[in-house]
Write a protein of this length. Sequence first.
Length: 275
Amino acid sequence: MFSFEFEGLPWLTYVGQVIDILLVTYVVYKLMMIIRGTRAVQLVKGIAVIFVIWFVSNFFGLSTLEFLVRQTATFGLLAVIIIFQPELRRGLEQLGRSRLFTSRSAPKNNNAQSMVDAIVKAATYMGKRRIGALVSIERETGLNDYAETGIKMNAELSSELLINVFIPNTPLHDGAVVLREDKIVAAGCYLPLSQDSTISKDLGTRHRAALGVSEVTDCLTLIVSEETGSISVSKNGTLYRELTDTQLREMLEQDLVSEPRQAGTRWHWGGKKNG
């Protein structure tokens, strides 16, 4: 039998160590991307300070200080889980939405083109008249948790009905509408607000809610500004602002009608991003 070695180390062990380092690097990178712009950044800084204190106390033999730091680390883990539950939930949800656990293509919607036509027509109408609107379009991740906070409709989607829901001073106009394929599932729904501290200060509650739901699901969320009439879309934690009718249609068709694009491809739209 042949024995392959690399500087005295079996080649299989060497490959395993390389893979180990790459996996750890990838996990750290993903964690940094998840906590970026959240309160968890301060948590990481606090943990770093505790490690520095522990190292100094251990180096200089400060047994009492080392004991206090060790106890803080032991009981601090439970406190971290409780205090930073939203950030931990967000990270686990993003892990569950990764390509490792999802199918390669979203379920086919035979009426996707008619749905896009209705959404664009309604958004254009409301934008010109400065009627505020918030519409979340379900994709692979279910939106039942948010639909249950509103009024169930289970109605056929049409531009006229969508416009009517958001007419000012009506019972449902303040919440969000949840769409599933060509159905209006519910209206007047509550969406989670984004906690991203980098969001532009000129964005209101609708935009923050749209960003919030896009951070924890793969849905597309349409926003029509009540102040300016501008049209925006949130997707994967990014807000695309001031879209024209043509840009809105292209964006919706790419994600709802066309074949799913390959991983790594990024689409750039004419509208401004958040921030």
